[in-house]
Design a protein around this ligand. Structure first.
Ligand code: 3PG
Length: 207
C-alpha cells in the first residue's frame, strides 16, 4: 500500500505512544471499531516494536506503521515486526535510502519549503508537516500549495479535533496526525469505549 493510499484511508492518523505491549491489541481494536484503521506506533518506548507485532498479528483490519523513526536500521526492524509504513519527524538521504532498501513506504517529515523541495528530489511527494502548529499550520499549508502543489501533507503536532476540519478541507492535505485519539489516562485505565468514541468522531471529520 502506497503512502497516498494510506493517507486516504483515514482522516486522522493517531500518533500512539504505547508504554505497555499488552495495551496494543485492545487499543488497536478500539480505534478500528471507531473507524480509524491506520495506526502510527511511535518508536519512543521499549514496548513499541512488540506492540507493532501484536497488532499486525491480531488485528488484520488495522494498517499498522511506525513513527519517530530517526535511524536507518529502524526500517528493517519495523518491517520485521510487521509495520506497513513508517513516519519520520524529518528526512535525510540516509533515511530515504534505508526506507527504500527495506521496501518501506515512508511519510517523511518536513517543515520548510526547502525541505519540501529536498523531499521531492528524493522522490517523496506525500509528506508530514511537522511540527505543524509551530510551522504555521493552516497558513503555512495554504502558502506551500501555491508553489508546491504536487506535495500532499499530513500536518501533525498541535492538531486538535477543532483545527482538523479546516486542515482537511485544504486540497494539499491528505490526512492529519494527532495524539488526541489515545489519551494516556484512557489507555492506562483500559477505557477502550472512550477511545472508540474518540475514533468515531475523528473518522467523521472528513466531509
Ligand atoms: C508527536 O510527535 O507526538 C506528534 O506530533 C503528536 O503531536 P500532538 O500530541 O500535538 O498531536
Amino acid at each position: 500500500m502506497q503512502i497516498r493510499e494510506i493517507m486516504r484511508a483515514c482522516p486522522v492518523m493517531p500518533v500512539l505512544v504505547i508504554e505497555e505491549a499488552e495495551h496494543a491489541v485492545p487499543l488497536a481494536r478500539a480505534l478500528v471499531e471507531g473507524g480509524i484503521r491506520v495506526l502510527e506506533v511511535t518508536l519512543r518506548t521499549p514496548a513499541a516494536l512488540a506492540a507493532v507485532k501484536a497488532i499486525a498479528d491480531a488485528v488484520p483490519e488495522a494498517i499498522v506503521g511506525v513513527g519517530t523513526v530517526v535511524r536507518p536500521e529502524q526500517f528493517a526492524e519495523a518491517k520485521a515486526a510487521g509495520a506497513r509504513f513508517a513516519v519520520t519527524p524529518g528526512l535525510t538521504e540516509k533515511l530515504a535510502v534505508a526506507a527504500r532498501a527495506a521496501d518501506m513506504p515512508l511519510l517523511p517529515g518536513v517543515m520548510t519549503p526547502s525541505e519540501v523541495i529536498a523531499a521531492l528530489e528524493l522522490g517523496f511527494d506525500a509528506l508530514k508537516l511537522f511540527p505543524a502548529e509551530q510551522a504555521g499550520s493552516l497558513g503555512m499549508l495554504k502558502a506551500l500549495g501555491g508553489p508546491l502543489p504536487q506535495a500532499l501533507f499530513c500536518p501533525t503536532g498541535g492538531v486538535t479535533p477543532e483545527s482538523a476540519p479546516k486542515l482537511l478541507a485544504l486540497p494539499n492535505v491528505g490526512c492529519v496526525g494527532g495524539s488526541w485519539l489515545a489519551p494516556k489516562d484512557k489507555v492506562n485505565a483500559g477505557d477502550w469505549a472512550a477511545i472508540t468514541a474518540l475514533a468515531r468522531e475523528a473518522a467523521a471529520l472528513r466531509p
